[in-house]
Design a protein around this ligand. Structure first.
Ligand code: PLP
Length: 368
């Protein structure tokens, strides 16, 4: 049955026969599993002693989707576990969505300073990224996003709060964006930094996913949960979209260590609260501190600050990055985003931030 009013996967994906191996089942407690070409002796004993405390079995393939992890995510955020799909970082979700839905030449609207993985993934998938200019205060312009939508538009990506600007738009604005889109256009809500905000914000986005056939929310364990090395992301999707991206995702893209770590992290509410409080304190303190030194700081709803150097008569972002690096402090240069005179700085530990303050003081007071 076809549904012309909702996003349609591309022809080649609709016909894909996905590889989903079955390793067989047995009631026997003693298992001699010779069905998956696994290493007979397991890993090196050194690997085992490293991982033993967590009870890992690294020679076993992970579950294709960990029901326990999906349930833990669903419980934490009051979601329906059946509509959750996990991935090898949320980067993989961006790739899967673009691969699964773009025909050659299909257009994808994103905001001016949206996360660069998005236009890259669109190109790889054969689509055409279309950039909508931000408002003057580096905030997504819903009017410009809607004006960029044409008959060729297949998807709209909204990163909110946005990386690398740190700014965000309200849920009323998100709903206005959605209301202006045809039902066949998918709206992807990249909520990578949502964990730093009140749960109410993500609840509303989840309600949109539940309400509409063309809204997806992507999330990550790489930020507040501190699990970037494990590569763990997830999406909350309508069933038909979950089926499509589930069929093109590599079956084992989420490894067992990530699944275990994800469950532990999502259940540790105290650690999450501690991390949010730490971040709130340092974002506020560093914003004030850097502004007092004469720097421009874009108001941030995330765990990083975008710092502008246009007010500094004798100091460019490039020069500042070099001098901070000499103190062992690495900030992200922003030229690829067209923000050559800006640097992006994530928040670190208390001790790290005190060193950053001392370095910035030396840097700016000698350069006014
Ligand atoms: C807006 C945004 N989306 C997605 C990602 C990707 O996160 P992950 O580590 O889950 O792939 C990032 C990471 O920086 C991001 O900033």
């Amino acid at each position: 049955m076809t549904h012309p009013s909702r996003p349609q996967p591309k022809q080649s994906v609709r016909q894909l026969l996905t590889y989903r191996p079955s390793f067989g089942e047995t009631e026997q407690a003693e298992l001699i599993r010779l069905s998956a070409n696994e290493g007979a002796l397991g890993p090196s004993p050194k690997v085992m002693s490293f991982l033993d405390s967590a009870g890992f079995e690294p020679h076993r393939y992970p579950e294709i989707q960990s029901g326990k992890l999906n349930q833990a995510i669903a419980s934490r955020y009051r979601l329906d576990a059946e509509h959750i799909i996990t991935s090898n970082g949320s980067d993989e979700l961006i790739a899967l969505l673009t691969m699964g839905y773009l025909e050659p030449g299909d257009e994808v609207v994103h905001s001016q300073y949206a996360f660069l993985v998005i236009p890259q993934a669109v190109h790889i998938a054969g689509g055409v990224p279309v950039m909508a200019a931000d408002d003057e205060d580096m905030t997504v312009s819903v009017d410009n996003m809607l004006a960029a939508v044409t008959q060729r538009t297949k998807m709209v990506f909204l990163v909110n709060p946005n990386n690398p600007t740190g700014t965000m738009i309200s849920m009323d604005e998100v709903r206005r964006l959605h209301a202006g889109l045809p039902e066949s256009v998918m709206l992807v809500l990249d909520w990578a930094y949502a964990e730093y905000l009140d749960d109410g914000f993500t609840d509303e986005a989840a309600q949109m996913v539940e309400q509409y056939d063309n809204v997806v929310m992507t999330r990550t364990f790489s930020k507040l949960h501190g699990l970037a090395a494990f590569r763990l992301g997830w999406a909350y999707c309508p069933e038909h979209i979950l089926t499509t991206i589930g069929s093109i995702r590599g079956p084992f893209s989420v490894n067992s260590a990530a699944q275990q770590a994800g469950i532990i992290a999502i259940e540790d509410i105290d650690f999450q609260a501690l991390s949010v409080a730490h971040n709130d304190r340092w974002i506020a303190e560093m914003t004030d501190f850097l502004r007092q030194l004469g720097l421009e700081v874009v108001p941030s709803m995330t765990n990083f600050l975008l710092i502008g150097f246009d007010n500094m008569a004798h100091l460019t972002a490039d020069e500042a990055a070099k001098r901070l690096a000499q103190d062992g402090i690495l900030l992200r240069t922003m030229a690829p985003y067209g923000l050559a005179n800006y640097l992006r700085m994530s928040m670190g530990t208390d001790a790290e931030m005190e060193k950053v303050k001392a370095s910035f003081t030396r840097l700016c007071l000698n350069n006014q």
